[in-house]
Design a protein. Structure first.
Length: 294
């Protein structure tokens, strides 16, 4: 029987269910992680009590994550943090999370940790549990950054004692076609937030970054389902996290203008890792075996 995880995020519109795309040969438990293995790939999830501060619990779960993926490449991590923007003991909880995540990667990889950081997103969630999901595998990935944005792992100390630890995007070449992961993308130029309080500016900036990243990763047409077949894209699923559900009609309208449809978009209500921003969009894309689009 397949393993199922219900995320503590209100669904605003779109698909209610999503699969990691593995037909698991075996389900297992290792530490706090439930794992599914299939054909050289590994996916897993863990739930951790996060009612207190996040540094220690985050470091513990990421140390476990790096242990269970030892010998593999970590492609993508999804992190859902309760009360992500709340200040606790003088420090925002997302910044506490970044301290713990960085400590785990530094302990595992040493000074070269930046070369191993996966695509990722970190958004708010209801409840009191930190939820971590991941995908990893044997194939070596290619990492991508956005020239309009400073790599998150080089952010200055303005954003906390340790920077966010992730790459903007990852592409993995497989026999059955490439898999492409676009990290959570928001309205950030360089390292500064843009358009706080202005949904239209945030959306346009975010969309421009998404188009840049999709082009760099060889899946330019992923936003438009009417172009998938001729551009070699098998499927693409986007998630749009919205802080304020009231902006859903506008964001839906703007995405329909840009994409022709929103059938490939799931809209979720969630706080964003930066308190001044309201929109974050991520994507997982699969291409045909014939290779990337021209």
């Amino acid at each position: 029987m397949p393993a199922r995880l219900d995320l503590p995020l209100p669904l605003l519109a779109g698909r209610a269910n999503e699969s990691v795309g593995l037909a698991p040969e075996a389900l297992s438990q290792q530490g706090d992680f439930t794992l599914a293995r299939s054909r050289g790939q590994l996916a897993g999830a863990a739930l951790m009590d996060a009612s207190g501060r996040l540094e220690d619990v985050t470091e513990r779960v990421f140390r476990q994550l790096l242990e269970v993926t030892s010998g593999l490449h970590l492609y993508r991590v999804w992190s859902y943090l309760p009360r992500i923007n709340a200040v606790q003991g003088g420090l925002e909880r997302y910044r506490q999370f970044n301290i713990g995540r960085w400590a785990a990667f530094e302990s595992h990889f040493g000074v070269d940790l930046r070369a191993y950081l996966p695509a990722a997103s970190g958004v708010g969630a209801d409840g009191d549990h930190l939820v971590i999901l991941f995908e990893a595998g044997e194939a070596k990935p290619t990492y991508f950054e956005n020239p309009s944005q400073i790599p998150a792992y080089h952010y200055p100390a303005d954003y906390g004692p340790r920077p966010p630890g992730f790459a903007r995007g990852v592409r993995v070449e497989r026999d059955e076609g490439a898999k492409v992961y676009l990290s959570g993308t928001a309205s950030i130029e360089g390292h500064r937030s843009v358009g706080g309080g202005d949904w239209a500016q945030q959306f346009q900036t975010t969309l421009r970054h998404i188009r840049t990243m999709l082009g760099r990763m060889g899946v330019t047409s992923a936003l438009r389902p009417d172009q998938w077949e001729r551009s070699g894209i098998r499927q693409a699923q986007f998630k749009c996290y919205l802080r304020e559900p009231e902006c859903l009609p506008l964001i839906t309208e703007w995405l329909e203008e840009a994409c022709g449809t929103t059938q490939h978009v799931t809209f979720l209500q969630s706080d964003i890792c930066r308190a001044e921003l309201d929109i974050e969009i991520e994507a997982t894309i699969e291409t045909m075996p014939s290779g990337p689009e021209a």
